[in-house]
Design a protein around this ligand. Structure first.
Ligand SMILES: [Zn+2]
Length: 155
């Protein structure tokens, strides 16, 4: 009988499975990182804007264009955790207008921004005033809040 006969193999596999189970258990117990909470917040926050009418199409041509629309962050989400989950910082855009908002040409981007500032002046004022505001909560707390708001028919 060799070292790896049937019985030994079974014992080895059993040990391996047990070790994997212990590691999985440990992983489950470890709390999510703040980066993970940030992504979980995005996952709760962003879908509400999908498929809503493009604000720019509607303003510029009265067209209700809901095809492929998404929420665009006016102040980049990487730039402000405080504004990342604020509806005032979100503009619903169709793919073509979303491209304009991220156009490689700075002139195009500034045209887009001029449009936004004229279309939602109060929101722009709020965004400008809070661009550098530090978030009062950690992403974990944002997540707990969002989860609770959802229960009260948030969105
Ligand atoms: Zn559009």
């Amino acid at each position: 009988m060799g070292k790896f006969d049937g019985w030994d193999m079974k014992a080895i596999l059993r040990k391996k499975a047990e070790r994997k189970r212990v590691l999985d258990e440990r992983k489950k117990k470890r709390p999510p990182t703040s980066g993970a909470y940030t992504r979980m917040c995005d996952a709760l926050f962003m879908p509400q804007f999908r498929g809503k009418p493009c604000e720019r199409c509607y303003d510029l041509s009265g067209k209700v264009n809901m095809s492929g629309t998404v929420g665009h962050h006016i102040i980049l989400k990487s730039q402000s955790l405080f504004l990342r989950w604020s509806k005032r910082n979100i503009c619903v855009l169709c793919p073509a207008d979303h491209f304009e908002a991220h156009n490689p040409s700075p002139k195009k981007v500034s045209e887009f921004m001029d449009w936004f500032k004229a279309y939602r002046p109060e929101d722009w004022e709020y965004l400008e005033a809070n661009e550098h505001t530090k978030p009062a909560m950690k992403s974990r707390d944002y997540f707990e809040n969002m989860k609770n708001m959802r229960k009260q028919s948030y969105c």
